[in-house]
Design a protein around this ligand. Structure first.
Ligand SMILES: Nc1ncnc2c1ncn2[C@@H]1O[C@H](COP(=O)(O)OP(=O)(O)OP(=O)(O)O)[C@@H](O)[C@H]1O
Ligand SMILES: [Mg+2]
Length: 320
């Protein structure tokens, strides 16, 4: 059945509606009057540093922990009043693995199928396809105990997708995974989204949010500080590029910070940390400077800005 999800004035259906969501642990307000919507068919990224309240929010949205204030509607269902109905329609990849390590991947999937009331043939067919897609089919009869972190994460994703949910929640799905597992997961998420699955994911990885998401909500100390298309995030990232450079001889920091495109230069060890308004201009400046002065560049690396730097850009305030 379809919930009585509200549509906004442009006719877009909201599959997640959060209003004033709040969670308090003792003296810590982990989630502080958070409100946002996730539209049907989008990939929404919930971005924030460690301890910002991402997992706590995701747990309340999926009915794992009770909320202390506010309201959550998932696919038209109030998560407090109709948790079972809502859960039939979404899948969850939690922060910590929910697979039983004493069981094989296949047994975990069959158990999940039973939980969702799928008939055996459908559970088997889906499990086969998902394990193939995620590169685990050959290892299906091995106990999860012997799985690597990346394999476990792929299995959990398969478990979350078994009942073909129309909405998928993922809490830091690629955190700590290698390139291969990360790519496998991200490409499956893109394919699911292309087929119409709405995706809510938490991450502290700006580049991932940038590449994957249609919109990004940024949370810090339990509060939403910005919700926007990643374009704004991109602009903030582009403005605070960092370059690490080292030369074959001593030079003064004033010389570097005076170059076109460079806003600051600080020394750490034998390297200079350069902040740049425009990365391309800054690199060109460094190259022509070294040529003019007859200095050799020993190393030159471009570094992504830290979340803190982006927060400063987006909110114009120091971290509390
Ligand atoms: N069960 C709990 N009891 C007490 N405090 C908690 C509990 N769960 C979370 N917190 C606190 O709430 C705040 C938000 O934690 P949360 O796990 O939601 O952050 P997060 O954004 O997911 O961080 P991370 O990136 O490290 O996963 C933190 O200060 C954390 O210590
Ligand atoms: Mg977390």
């Amino acid at each position: 059945m379809t919930g009585d999800t509200r549509t906004d004035c442009s006719g877009v259906r909201n599959v997640i509606e959060v209003e004033d969501l709040t969670k308090v642990f003792g003296t810590i307000t982990a989630v502080d009057h958070v409100s946002f919507e996730v539209r049907e068919g989008e990939i929404f990224g919930f971005l924030g540093p460690n301890g910002a309240g991402k997992t706590t929010t995701a747990r309340m949205l999926t009915g794992v922990i009770p909320m202390d204030g506010g309201s959550v509607r998932i696919l038209g269902h109030d998560i407090r009043r109709e948790p079972v109905r809502a859960k039939q329609r979404f899948g969850v990849v939690p922060e910590t693995s929910n697979a039983y390590v004493d069981l094989t991947a296949w047994q975990n999937l069959m158990l999940m199928g039973d939980l969702y009331g799928l008939d055996r043939a459908r559970a088997q067919g889906r499990s086969h396809d998902l394990l193939e897609t995620l590169g685990l089919y050959e290892r299906r009869d091995q106990k999860v105990q012997g799985y690597s972190k990346g394999m476990r994460q792929r299995l959990i994703l398969a478990m979350a997708l078994l009942h073909e949910p129309e909405l998928l929640f993922l809490d830091e799905p690629t955190s700590g995974l290698d390139v291969q597992s990360t790519q496998m997961i991200l490409s499956l998420l893109r394919a699911l989204n292309a087929d119409g699955t709405t995706i809510f994911l938490t991450t502290h990885n700006m580049e991932e949010a940038n590449r994957l998401c249609d919109r990004v909500g940024i949370i810090r100390s339990g509060k939403i500080v910005a919700i926007d298309a990643p374009e704004k995030l991109k602009t903030a990232i582009d403005r605070v590029h960092r370059i690490e450079v080292s030369f074959d001889r001593e030079i003064g920091g004033d010389l570097l910070s005076g170059l076109a495109g460079i806003t600051g230069a600080a020394r750490t060890g034998d390297k200079w940390q350069i902040t740049a308004e425009n990365q391309d201009t800054a690199i060109r400046s460094l190259v022509s400077f070294s040529r003019q002065e007859g200095i050799a560049i020993l190393t030159l690396n471009t570094l992504a800005p830290s979340l803190d730097e982006v927060f400063l850009r987006l909110t114009g305030e120091e971290r509390s």
